[in-house]
Design a protein around this ligand. Sequence first.
Ligand code: ZN
Length: 293
Amino acid sequence: MRRMMMRAMLGAACLGLGVGAEAAEKLKVLIIEGQNNHSWETTTPILKEALEKSGRFEASVARTPPAKAPASAWDSFRPEFKAFDVVLTNYNGEPWPAPVREALEGYVAGGGGLVVMHAANNAFPEWPAYNEMIGLGWRDAAFGDRVTVDDSGNVVRTPRGDGPGSGHGPRHAYTVDVRNAEHPITKGLPSKWTHAVDELYHGQRGPARNMEVLATAFSDEAQGGTGTNEPLLWTVAFGEGRVAVNVMGHAWGDDVGPIEAPDFRALIVRAAEWAATGAVTVPVPDDFPTVAK
Ligand code: ZN
């Protein structure tokens, strides 16, 4: 009896160790904030909470100096990207110092993960490697190619200079269509669902190399759109690294509805896990939306 009790206690001790080991294996994510034409002050805490609540991540935040800070203020902004499994950028502002740009390029090319949300793809048009990493950014039509998806699901490439540049109509609720249900980020999600009232980006431009479209939305001309299916969620292979871009998630001031939307939160977590590891283990949450009737 006593021996059995001892065994049970040992078992419990082992379990305890197991839990500890699991906690230590949490993926480390670094969120970058500090300048944005959107309210990073209210959105970063939501992103951090979503990532940590998933149980899969330990989140840290790196803040840049504010806009128009003296150059010396940037000397202390040297995020140690390599200490993290994935970097999530919520930044759209002044160019980073060359050592930071080079560090991010090296980190992603060497196998690091990068997640880019909403206006973070508006950033850094003058940084060639960033344009490669994001595939498509908020740029004018002359900047680069455009990628859309036709109603048969075929990817359509429009050359630089043809068609619209970047924009969006008034915010509205729209249907998101999954275009690759086998990718780890989208596997197990509904094939289509209704997203919150949000901006629907169109006419994104860039080199669009090594890029795969995972989800689109129909950009209705009646809503100031383009009359075709615009990419909202895509991946880019950059060197050994994985990049995921999600252009949903507009937020201003206390209006953070699109960021708090269960689908956006779930996609951030799934994109971050995939960018970090190449796989997604977090379950699809019960509150993930379907198509509104
Ligand atoms: Zn926006």
